[in-house]
Design a protein around this ligand. Structure first.
Ligand code: NAP
Length: 434
């Protein structure tokens, strides 16, 4: 029997398990620190993007196969170390994603009211680590920093009315807070221009159909229309959306302004409000020949009671595991980190691509693992992990337990939302009598 442990039960983890489980004579353990599976699908993908979240049914199919096991509520690094896993399994695959924000390195970034997208997205998606975030939504101005899809998710969620969350799995605490929100002016700050955005057309197009909010682009920021022909087709579609926002400004109570060539350089606060953010100082930029931005010296201020930094994520380092600091991911050679230790998905590539990008990635790493481990080295595998955890008083949550948690979430739905989720580990464990 060959034994493989996958650390992380998000898309990269389950796509890797999907290919591995088709091999003969293999046992795959998918380990997660939370008692619930699916990682980014549950707590990262926007709650109003249910069609993307539906992919979890595919992962469920993998989880229910005989040779794959979910090992929930087991923290690698605390309950069991990577070194121990490498001794127990023929291969250990780190599919831990990139859950930490890249730091916003400007004066005032530590002020109250400045938060990273990992925390904000986790909050509206019910991640237990961020359930108590309580982001301040009382001031009219919000600055969203970054020009990627996460910035779009964050701006859209801030702009939506309660009825626009129908059918979503936004958690009750966020739905209630957003319903009472005083946010009226959302600025999306991009340090470069419309041709340098990292936003996809579908997500940009959604902004044109919001009930009470309208996107605005300053026509002066747009490059010559003829230059769009040089863009790849997806990007051209995205820029076409920006052109239509510029050409057809619609008056609605909430505005979403795209501030291009706008680099935040400082965040100012007010003494009387505990130092909480009051405004963001932005420097206008220009692009050099390599399309990098540099400051022009011209500045302006945006009033904001909340700043959400959406400038990308990084994988948390694990002591003893080689790490590439500049890129925020494990140091690896096409997925190989050290003998017996691999990485996949965002932990391997850095935080890029869509959920689907992880499918070929997972398949490739699984094939590599199968090649490397051959028929296996007679390692202890599952029984070995079970014995070790039992000796430490750690009782894993099984996939069957998860199904009971899921059923209890539906039954406990606070205001009748059948997609409601528990937002604390305690509530999850209570649902299975622990
Ligand atoms: P991203 O796509 O890498 O975008 C990060 C943005 O932050 C870029 O616009 C970047 O600008 C900007 N930035 C970086 N450092 C900055 C700084 N110091 N100051 C100001 N701006 C800075 O990252 P993301 O939005 O977090 O998305 C992560 C991945 O998830 C992406 O692949 C994304 O497509 C995917 N995703 C997909 C969906 C979807 O398909 N619906 C939803 C959410 C996320 P520069 O270009 O100038 O560096």
């Amino acid at each position: 029997m060959r034994h493989v442990a996958i650390v992380g039960s998000g898309p990269a983890g389950y796509y890797t398990a999907e290919t591995l489980q088709k091999a003969d004579d293999i046992a795959v353990d998918v380990i997660d620190r939370l008692p619930v599976p699916y990682g980014l699908i549950r707590t990262g993908v926007a709650p109003d993007h249910q069609s993307i979240k539906a992919v979890s049914r595919r992962y469920e199919g993998v989880a229910l196969t005989d040779n794959v096991r979910f090992v929930g509520h087991v923290a690698v690094g605390t309950d069991v170390s990577i070194d121990e896993l490498v001794v127990l399994y023929d291969a250990v695959v780190l599919a831990t994603g990139a859950p930490n924000d890249r730091p916003l390195d400007i004066a005032g970034a530590d002020r109250p009211g400045v938060i990273g997208s990992a925390a904000f997205v986790g909050w509206y998606n019910g991640h237990p680590d961020f359930a108590d975030l309580n982001p301040p939504l009382d001031a009219p101005g919000v600055a969203v920093i970054g020009n990627g899809n996460v910035a779009l998710d964050v701006a859209r969620i801030l702009a939506k009315t309660p009825s626009e969350f129908a059918g979503s799995d936004i958690v009750a605490h966020a739905r209630t807070a957003l319903a009472a929100s005083g946010v009226r002016h959302i600025h999306i700050l991009g340090r470069r221009g419309p041709h340098q955005i990292a936003m996809t057309p579908k997500e940009l197009g959604e902004l044109a159909h919001l009930e009470r909010a309208s996107p605005r682009v300053d026509p002066a920021d747009l490059p010559d229309e003829g230059d769009d022909a040089l863009l790849e087709p997806g990007m051209r579609k995205s820029v076409t959306h920006l052109r239509s926002f510029a050409a057809n400004p619609v008056a609605k109570p909430v505005t979403i302004d795209f501030d291009f060539f706008a680099m935040p350089v400082a965040i100012e606060g007010s003494q009387e409000n505990g130092g909480r953010v009051r405004r963001v100082i932005v420097e206008k930029t220009a692009l050099d020949a390599d399309l990098r931005s540099h400051g022009t010296g011209e500045t302006y201020a945006i009033d904001a009671g909340l700043v959400i930094s959406c400038i990308g994520y990084q994988t948390p380092p694990i002591p003893g595991v080689p790490y590439e600091h500049g890129r925020g991911r494990f140091a690896n050679d096409e997925g190989r980190i050290l003998p017996g230790l691999y990485c996949v998905g965002w932990a391997r590539r850095g935080p890029s691509g869509t959920i689907g990008t992880n499918k070929p990635d997972g398949a490739r790493i699984a094939e590599m693992v199968l090649d490397d481990i051959g028929r296996g080295a007679g390692k202890a595998g599952r029984p070995g992990l079970d014995a070790l955890l039992a000796s430490r008083g750690v009782a894993p949550v099984t996939f069957r337990d998860w199904r009971r948690i899921e059923a209890a979430e539906v039954a406990a739905a606070l205001d009748g939302n059948p997609r409601e989720k528990f937002t604390s580990v305690e509530a999850m464990l209570a649902a299975i009598g622990r």
